[in-house]
Structure formats: structure tokens, C-alpha cells
Design a protein around this ligand. Structure first.
Ligand code: CA
Length: 228
């Protein structure tokens, strides 16, 4: 529900198309037009998935893939030109999860994205009943219940959805706009509504023995950390 996709593509028109389709599917998007920026954004934003072009300025896509793979299991879908067939094979050997060939149909890319995200989520919990644990906090999206030190927190539905979004990627800073789009997608709420809900959620966390967990990140938004 809250996937963040890093689109690494030096052709703006292609990046625009991918971004538009990804957002239509409810994903959030970060963009990099070269390999160096891609690695910086990868480390800062901790995306759930990379859509990675191979022919890039500064640092090639294959180099980016090697670094990402050495670092962890973040899924990577390569986006390659037809002429780079050996690169496709090499890319899979270096640990890419899938690849699409240019020119691609955006619908096909979205299907691959969906499949790779589903696969990468599978080893965790059943999608219908995801449980996020952040320190002493347990967020059970199946039961729509959050517990701190084993005691249920009396959260409103909006507070719960916001915490679930933050808890899906502990330590990552989310902007108010991201949180609004992910947790309250059908509302016309303003970004300060996020502040209000999270101020209330923070009071409840602090009263239940979780001070410092819900952190304000200056100039960005919020993050949920295991300890203050
Ligand atoms: Ca390119």
C-alpha cells in the first residue's frame, strides 16, 4: 500500500511515463537521472523497489545494481534497450529481480512491479495481516490494532493508518504529502491534518511508555524509530 519506487532513468520522457503510471497504481516515486544520484537517493530514501535503466551517465546501471545488491535485498527491475541483451543476462546474474525491454508498454512494467513487490513481501507475513514491529511497538494491519509493550493503543483509524505507513519502513523519513497520499488517500485534507493526527498519536505513544518513537524530521516530515 505504501511502496516507494526509485525510478533511475536519464530520459525524462520515459521517467515521466513511469512516474505517472506508478502513481496511478498508488505508489510513491523518487527519480534519479544518473547512477550517482541513484545511489544517494537509494541510501537516503530506502525505496521498496528500483526501476533501473542500464545506460546511465556518471555511473552505469550495472554498477548501481552491484552496490544495491551488495547492500541488501531491495528488489530491482532492469529497464534495458534491446541491444543490451547480454546485459539482461548479466543483470539477472548480478541479482536483478526482473527486466523489461525498451520500448516497453507501461502496463507491462506495472505488472512486473506488482509481481516483484508481491514476491518480496511474501517471506514476511500474509498480506492481509501484516504485522510491523518497531521496538516495543507492534502494528497489526489485519487486526487494525497497535500495541505498545503489549498494551493496546486507543488510536483513531487515521492515526492507525499513519502509524502503519511509518511502521512499514522504520527509520525512514516520510513527508506529510506522502503520508497523506498513503494513509488518507480519499480525503481532501491538508498536510497540517497529518500534523494534528500524529501529534495525537504521539501523545498516546508517550503516555504508554514510548517517548521519542514518533520523531519530527525538520524540513521533511516524520519517522518512526525503535527508540528515541
Ligand atoms: Ca539510458
Amino acid at each position: 500500500m505504501c511502496a516507494l519506487v526509485l525510478v533511475v532513468e536519464d530520459e525524462p520522457q520515459i521517467a515521466d511515463v513511469l512516474e505517472a503510471y506508478l502513481k496511478q497504481e498508488g505508489h510513491r516515486v523518487e527519480r534519479a537521472a544518473d547512477g550517482k544520484t541513484a545511489l544517494t537517493l537509494y541510501r537516503a530514501a530506502k525505496p521498496d523497489l528500483l526501476l533501473l535503466d542500464l545506460m546511465l551517465p556518471e555511473l552505469g546501471g550495472m554498477e548501481v545494481l552491484k552496490v544495491v545488491r551488495a547492500d541488501g535485498a531491495t528488489p530491482v527491475i532492469l529497464v534495458t534497450a534491446r541491444a543490451e541483451e547480454t546485459d539482461q543476462v548479466l543483470g539477472l546474474e548480478f541479482g536483478a529481480d526482473d527486466y523489461v525491454v525498451k520500448p516497453f508498454r507501461p502496463r507491462e512494467v506495472m505488472a512486473r512491479v506488482k509481481a516483484v513487490l508481491r514476491r518480496s513481501a511474501a517471506p514476511r507475513e500474509d498480506q492481509a495481516a501484516q504485522v510491523y514491529r518497531v521496538g516495543a511497538l507492534e502494528i497489526d494491519t489485519g487486526a487494525v490494532m497497535a500495541r505498545l509493550h503489549g498494551h493496546p493503543l486507543a488510536l483513531t483509524p487515521a492515526e492507525f493508518r499513519l502509524l502503519a505507513c511509518l511502521g512499514a519502513t522504520p527509520g525512514r523519513a516520510f513527508s506529510r504529502a506522502e503520508l497523506l497520499a498513503a494513509a488518507l488517500p480519499d480525503s481532501d485534507a491538508l498536510e497540517r491534518v497529518v500534523d494534528a493526527h500524529l501529534a495525537s498519536a504521539r501523545r498516546k505513544l508517550e503516555l504508554s511508555g514510548g517517548p521519542g518513537m514518533l520523531q519530527t524530521v525538520r524540513g521533511v516530515g516524520y519517522r518512526l524509530a525503535a527508540d528515541g
